[in-house]
Ligand binder design. Structure first.
Ligand SMILES: [Mn+2]
Length: 572
């Protein structure tokens, strides 16, 4: 069936005079998680991972995906016209570069310009220009061929005002002053979480994301929400127009009124509908990242309920035999779903046993494995609650664990503690403090291949910017009110994987410095630690933290669960 689709695509390419077709993974909003309607790369290739790019020429077809999906993608492309390229492996060309090598002067490559952010199209165009080739954005060939394409998501949207702590009128005021500072007459917001934040609305159009498909267009004295009218009634002071009317509205703006567009989320086609644009990060991204008092209170409450669910789960797990990763994952979801204000998981949980945990983004599925009474289970999961989003990783021993694993887990914890206690001056970015969480691994000539942390949305996306803790593209200062994760790990391919993840809130320290306060409440199992490798200060931090975890979570637990928690938070 994949071969037939590729054949049909090539026929259409020939008819339209295209030398290549590029299928990326994206929707019209630059989303990380994409609704089925826009899974055209999956339709074309049969590979269903959440990230990947396919390129089809008349005589070759390639699929690129990153390390978390290499195994799954290798299986998916078997028997199809696609060759797998392991993106990120040394010596493997990037798709743009590979394509450039196959195009000739005057060739045209096609791509669905409505679903690819402007910044991505720019990068591709500049690569193709070196071969004298150009891009056609206007004809989505795969959409033409995809006859049983899923419909537009149509979940109702709902008001989130009660949990948000700030009215849309107040948010609009702050957005407009940021627009004025940039010299923009209008602001187009395409990112679904930015639209949701601005208008205090939530939805259910994307799996495990509380988002409604919509655009926002903010002018100096009006604000328009473009959304399917069936999804939402009236909003005070906001003009509602149909979702599809956004391009025409942009075209109607006179050339002397520049529109601010964020090239990372606004699609190339939509950006080109405006006569004059200012390309800049959307100011909403940063306003949204700094949480207000209501949102912070919500995070604290949500993390307490989430911690109760986690302890109930781990206590239950400690009494089970003959479980698989999948069965454990389903039960974890049930414990969360019993908590008040729960909407849905914040992402597909990672429940990974031993070697599977060495793949940082592994999800149990086809390779569901039984859990045995030995080794380490890694659980990275979270919930989306009305009053906050959570993301927590813990590792637990299912039985005997080799000394080497305990040593590595202790090194990971030392990184968590060091960064959690670190005072830092204002204007410090995550890029500057990433190494603080790695230093103890580095001392042993060890490291891990992912970032230390990411921002977390408030009843929004589990991954949000602009701040983060990693070395690449991470120059935005961390400010009071920002909620970020600290999640160092360590992985031995084919053997085991370890990661400890807490959510932290940036707060004022003293003498003008800032620091982080840990929000996550869940035991860090002493069964996986070597106490002699911890300093007195580190033991003090852990014992203090565990006292707080016990105090906050015990009221939500039954007697057996409290006994489990007492054991897992015993002083060391
Ligand atoms: Mn995380």
């Amino acid at each position: 069936v994949i071969a037939t689709r590729v054949r049909a695509l090539r026929q259409l390419m020939k008819k339209r005079g295209l030398a290549a077709w590029i299928a990326t993974t994206g929707d019209p909003h630059g989303s990380e998680y994409v609704a089925d309607r826009w899974q055209s790369r999956r339709w074309l290739t049969g590979f269903d991972g959440s990230a990947g790019t396919a390129v089809v020429t008349m005589d070759a077809a390639g699929l690129w995906t990153d390390s978390r999906y290499w195994l799954a993608a290798a299986k998916a492309v078997r028997g199809t016209p696609f060759t797998l390229f392991e993106a990120g492996r040394a010596g493997v060309p990037a798709p743009d570069e590979w394509l450039r090598g196959r195009l000739h002067r005057g060739d045209v490559a096609g791509l669905g310009g409505a679903t690819v952010p402007l910044a991505r199209v720019r990068a591709l165009e500049s690569e193709l220009r070196r071969a004298g080739a150009t891009l056609d954005l206007d004809h989505d060939l795969v959409a033409e061929l995809w006859t049983d394409r899923p419909a537009m998501p149509s979940a109702p949207a709902w008001r989130h005002d009660r949990w948000s702590g700030e009215s849309t009128a107040s948010k609009l005021k702050r957005v407009r002053s940021a627009m004025a500072a940039r010299g923009a007459a209008w602001l187009l917001a395409a990112d679904l979480s930015e639209v949701a934040w601005l208008f205090n609305i939530r939805g259910a159009d994307v799996h495990d994301c509380p988002l409604a498909l919509a655009y926002a267009l903010v002018g100096k004295d009006r604000a328009t929400l473009f959304i399917d009218p069936a999804k939402l009634g009236a909003l005070d002071g906001v003009e509602l127009r149909p979702y599809d009317a956004v391009a025409a509205a942009l075209r109607a703006i006179p050339a002397d009124q520049p529109v601010l567009v964020d090239p990372e989320s606004v699609s190339a086609l939509l950006a080109r509908a405006a006569k004059r644009t200012i390309e800049a990060p959307n100011p909403i991204t940063k306003l949204k990242a700094v949480k207000n008092r209501t949102e912070v209170r919500g995070f604290r409450d949500a993390l307490r309920r989430d911690g109760v669910a986690l302890v109930k789960f781990f206590a239950w797990l400690s009494r089970q035999q003959d479980l698989t990763e999948m069965a454990a994952s389903r039960r974890l979801h049930e414990f969360r779903a019993q908590q008040p204000r729960f909407l849905h998981d914040s992402f597909d949980a990672i429940v990974a046993y031993e070697a599977n945990a060495a793949l940082p983004h592994y999800r149990p599925g086809a390779s569901d494995v039984p859990l045995k009474p030995r080794g380490v289970l890694l659980v990275d999961s979270g919930g989306t609650y009305l009053d906050g989003t959570t993301d927590t990783t813990r590792v637990v021993a299912l039985g005997p664990v080799p000394a080497r694993v305990k040593r590595d887990c202790t090194l990971v914890l030392k990184g968590v503690i060091a960064l959690s206690r670190l005072p830092f001056p204002r204007r410090t970015s995550g890029g500057q403090i990433d190494a603080v969480a790695r230093q103890f691994l580095w001392e042993q000539r060890l490291d891990f291949g992912h970032g230390v942390g990411h921002g977390v949305g408030h009843c929004l996306n589990v991954h949000e910017g602009p701040q983060g803790i990693r070395t690449r593209n991470c120059t935005v200062p961390i400010e009071p009110g920002m909620v970020t994760t600290i999640e160092p790990g360590f992985y031995v391919a084919g053997r085991y994987g370890l990661r400890i993840e807490n959510m932290v809130l940036c707060v004022e320290d003293r003498d003008g410095f800032l620091c982080h306060e840990t929000l996550t409440l869940a035991p860090i199992s002493p069964d996986l630690l070597v106490p002699s490798l911890l300093t007195a200060d580190e033991k003090h931090w852990l014992n203090d933290y565990h006292r707080r975890v016990r105090r906050e979570l015990s009221p939500g637990l039954d007697a057996a669960e409290r006994r489990y928690l007492a054991r897992q938070t015993r002083a060391i």
